[in-house]
Design a protein around this ligand. Structure first.
Ligand code: D41
Length: 671
């Protein structure tokens, strides 16, 4: 080999390793190491080298993630070790008998269980030989499935080559292919703009994407993977003692494993895991339909064995279904704070995931059109992350003949003002502004919000009455309310009226950012309000701000700036602000905790703290002048870690950043 060629070959090897490392950091650890542009540059360089040296290309080259010729059919793959199914448990009693069966079968007092999530995707088996991915197959009937290798190669979080020191000769990794909620939504939005078919949920989207004969299509679908099981293995002595150790080894091999897992040794421990995950289920970035418990020690798993095609050593503990079918009784519209018109389906009541649902949002006019939801239709409703139930799709073959298509009304149902839809906006709006009672109610609720003026006890039932009885028209009216007006409201006792008066009075002592946020100026969220307060220092300066000055504020662009100017140019709004200021509202400088100054320090919070929420910890830190950031970097001063801290903690350890627990944090804060 000439000198030039060998250095090119070296460069090629380097690029393969380096690109694999960058992909792993990006897709598995969720911690990008370089900007996308740098990755793209290295990847292009790899492609160029391969163009000149086609004989260098191997199946595990990162360039081979992109698909080749479409298949005619999927070939059948016989699983070397069958892919079992899981028995389900829905109730505590079934869990108790599972634990009893395991303990009795093993003749033990207690058994250790590995708990993990049950991802709602597709079970897949990945076969690695000599550390290289050579085949991927769907579960099929458990004995044989379909060869989806080309499609699986397109998934960036699945390594084409394993890393680490102890790579087995043959390893079949079992796990789930799924789609993150965010990726799913982005993909569906994109499909909509192209007029393509949208998927009903992430599971269908993942399944549909894997079933593509043309892997170029799969490559465009944002699929993810988590490993949770084992098929064939050689040599057998590579196997660690337990399932939890196996998953740790998987991580070392570069395979993605979910960090939401725990080892427990009692039914109470299982229940606790189920409950904790259940509580944050809707906040998880992907959908799960339950959790899975597995006897942790492989020796004990073998002793317990199988019944028909399901193991005795594992069970899925399912959450109640989050999707149900019901009928649409009516469709009407709600008016939001900024006049946005939201169509809402009134439903025949149905229990979804343990909660009775009678209304579901249809988001906006285009969504109703796209899903073609009509009064009388049978629809699928879902309770998802944001808790507001939504209509997912129509069961078309149950559509009655007289089903009525929906039209957005031309007049606001609340104030009769004209409803308008600007050309470049997705939503229609009531043009009534604060003349519209619905918008007024929402504006008042926003003003009273915990993160704005924080008026405890001013909920929607009370605001409804205050506005309907014309006792309150603007936020300024709140500060003129007397005891008797409040005490006369429905479902309001003397004591509650007293409490509400007190919280209204207390709200006068606030901060400038809270006040600005509370005004409900379109596009001015909490963080913009903070920036505006910092820049202008007082309310009158903001009221008279000019466009070019506004544009110098952090994160304020033309849309936000114009929205502020248009708000402040309404004499009505200026009057309300003046009245509020005259009613004795005072802006406290954001309080500092006496004696502690953490300004210039950056903290990252991760995991669950024993006694306080992350929001509380963040508030304490900010009050002491510290900055709280979302991700760990060289600039991080401290990481505060609770239980189940994941990759952020790992990163902190890697970078040698001090890690505090809640006790240490409180000491630092002088508490
Ligand atoms: O997350 C899952 N969907 C999941 C599925 C999981 N976390 N663990 C699983 N474990 C198994 C055994 C114990 C049989 C290896 C599974 C599945 N099986 C499974 N998925 C589809 C069929 C079986």
């Amino acid at each position: 080999m000439s000198k030039g060629r060998s250095s090119e070959a070296d460069r090629y090897c380097y690029l393969q390793t380096e690109l694999a490392r960058l992909e792993h950091a990006y897709y598995v650890l969720d911690q990008p190491l370089v900007p996308d542009a740098e990755y793209d540059r290295l990847y292009r360089e790899l492609l160029d080298l391969e163009q000149n040296h086609p004989d260098w290309i191997t199946a595990d080259s990162l360039s081979q993630r992109v698909g080749g010729t479409p298949l005619k059919v999927f070939n059948e793959v016989k699983h070397a070790v069958p892919m079992l199914s899981l028995n389900n448990a829905f109730e505590e009693s079934e869990l108790v008998s599972f634990d009893r069966r395991c303990r009795e079968g093993l003749g033990l007092e207690t058994v250790e269980y590995a708990c993990e999530l049950k991802f709602d995707g597709l079970a897949i088996s990945l076969r690695y030989e000599g550390g290289v991915l050579i085949q991927a197959a769907t579960r099929g009937d458990g004995a044989s499935g379909e060869d989806v290798t080309a499609n699986i190669r397109t998934i960036h979080s699945i390594p084409l080559r394993l890393t680490g020191k102890k790579i087995p000769d043959v390893l079949e990794v079992r796990g789930e292919v799924f789609m993150h909620r965010k990726d799913f939504e982005r993909m569906n939005k994109h499909a909509a703009t192209l007029g393509e078919k949208e998927f009903a949920n992430p599971r269908n989207a993942a399944a549909g994407s894997l079933r593509q004969l043309d892997s170029k299509i799969t490559a465009k679908r944002p699929l993810s993977f988590f490993a949770y099981g084992l098929g064939a293995l050689e040599p057998a002595n590579w196997l660690p003692k337990s399932h939890s150790q196996l998953l740790d080894l998987y991580l070392e091999l570069g395979l993605p494993v979910c960090h939401e897992r725990r080892v427990v040794s009692s039914v109470e421990g299982l229940q606790q895991f189920y409950q904790e995950i259940g509580a944050k289920r809707n906040q998880l970035p992907y959908e799960i339909d339950g959790v899975v418990y597995k006897v942790n020690l492989f020796k004990q798993q073998n002793t317990l064995g199988f019944v028909s095609r399901a193991p005795r050593f594992a069970i899925a503990h399912k959450y109640p279904a989050q999707e149900e079918i019901t009928t649409v009784l009516d469709i009407n519209v709600q008016v939001g704070r900024t006049g946005a018109i939201t169509p809402v389906a009134r439903l025949s009541p149905v229990i979804v995931g343990g909660v009775t649902v009678t209304n579901a949002t249809l988001h906006n006019e285009d969504e109703v059109r796209r899903k073609d939801v009509r009064v009388g239709d049978t629809v699928v409703v879902r309770r998802a992350g944001d808790v507001i139930p939504e209509v997912v799709s129509v069961v078309l073959d149950r559509r009655p003949k007289n089903a009525k298509p929906f039209e957005i009304p031309s007049q606001c149902p609340i104030c009769d003002s004209h409803i308008e839809r600007l050309v470049d906006e997705a939503v229609a709006r009531c043009s009534g502004g604060l003349f519209c009672a619905a918008q007024r109610k929402q504006a008042l609720l926003h003003f009273a919000h915990r993160r704005a003026m924080d008026i405890e006890g001013l909920g929607d039932k009370i605001v409804d009455q205050l506005v309907d009885l014309n006792l309150v028209r603007t936020p300024a009216d709140l500060y003129r309310l007397g005891f008797s007006a409040l005490a006369n409201l429905e479902r309001m006792g003397d004591k509650s009226a007293d409490n509400l008066i007190q919280s209204i009075t207390q709200s006068k002592s606030t901060s400038l950012p809270r006040f600005i946020f509370g005004l409900g100026i379109r596009h001015v969220g909490e963080s913009t309000a903070k920036d505006l307060a910092k820049h202008f220092g007082n309310m009158h300066a903001l009221m008279d701000a000019q466009l070019d000055d506004l544009l110098t504020v952090n994160d304020v662009g033309p849309v936000v700036a114009n929205s502020i100017i248009s708000f402040m140019s309404e004499s009505h709004n200026r009057e309300v602000i003046e009245q509020l200021l005259a009613s004795g509202i005072e802006f406290q400088v954001e309080e500092r905790i006496a004696g502690v100054d953490l300004s210039g320090k950056t903290f990252v919070l991760t995991g669950t703290l024993p006694t306080m929420s992350r929001d509380q910890a963040k508030a304490l830190l900010e009050a002491a002048g510290a900055k709280v950031a979302g991700s760990v970097s060289q600039k991080t001063s401290y990481v505060v870690a609770g239980t189940d801290a994941g990759s952020k903690l790992e990163k902190a350890t890697e970078l040698g950043i001090s890690v505090l627990d809640e006790d240490a944090l409180m000491k630092l804060l002088g508490r």
